[in-house]
Ligand binder design. Structure first.
Ligand code: NAP
Length: 218
């Protein structure tokens, strides 16, 4: 799977369940990369979205230790809600992941290829391991899974991640409102290398660039 994240130079990503910065070009990049794909997030990140709604046109997989903590607004906004902690839910999620990621799973001749635009909410209780198994069962479609935060989920899924799309910005939070969430520092991790550094851009005095980190091959 892949991760997509916006960090500052200290690898800070948020404060009080909100982003540190909103950069329109980065939001657009995020939408373009993840549209039609599967995104994985923690319950707190789901709650941080506008109206607590899952992301449109994507399979949203949300990790929680308690299904009842998922806000009703999130369920109401989804076209389908699947309980990924049951065997049926896992099978349905795998089917949808394969169907959505039709490049990896070409449809047979005459069969309508699926780029279904609905918003699907899959809720998984208490287990990163179940999520990883589910992605493995979805085979190549598991490669089109984007981990989208927050801090706890990035950290737990990093061992299963091989590409990180990292938008690096130079925003420094004020001393009286410091960051409280971080992405693991990949510059200090010998298992990771930066393979691409995009052109420096600027928004509202904040400089940023789109970078790619890849897991170093053994
Ligand atoms: N800069 C960026 O690109 C970016 C992207 C996304 C998020 N963020 C920021 O990250 C911050 C949120 O991060 P966070 O770490 O506080 O929250 P989080 O990772 O979004 O969600 C944490 C929740 O995930 C569930 N969870 C965690 N580990 C689990 C496991 N092993 N099994 C089942 N469920 C598990 C738990 O939900 P329950 O409590 O329901 O059990 C836990 O409370 C916010 O500030 C947000 O804005 C930044």
């Amino acid at each position: 799977m892949k991760a997509i994240v916006n960090v500052n130079r200290d690898w800070a990503i948020g404060r009080e369940n909100d982003l540190l910065v909103y950069i329109p070009a980065d939001m657009k990049y995020f939408r373009t990369v993840t549209k039609g794909k599967t995104v994985v997030m923690g319950r707190k990140t789901l709650e941080s979205f506008p109206g607590k709604k899952p992301l449109k046109g994507r399979i949203n997989i949300v990790l929680t230790r308690d299904l009842s903590r998922i806000p009703e607004e999130s369920k109401a906004a989804a076209d389908a809600v699947i309980d990924g902690s049951t065997a049926e839910g896992v099978a349905e999620t795998v089917r949808l992941m394969k169907e959505r990621h039709s490049d990896a799973f070409p449809q047979s001749a005459g069969e309508k290829s699926s780029d279904t635009p609905e918003t699907i909410l899959v809720i998984i209780a208490a287990s990163v391991e179940n999520l990883v198994l589910l992605c493995r069962e979805a085979g190549a479609a598991g490669k089109d899974v984007y981990v989208i935060g927050g801090a706890s989920i990035y950290k737990k899924l990093l061992p299963y991640t091989d590409i990180c799309l990292v938008t690096v910005n130079d925003y420094l939070p004020p001393a009286d409102a410091p960051a409280d969430s971080w992405f693991p520092n990949l510059d200090e991790d010998p298992q990771w290398e930066r393979t691409e550094t995009g052109e420096m851009q600027e928004h509202d005095g904040i400089h940023f660039c789109f970078c790619t980190y890849k897991r170093v091959e053994e």
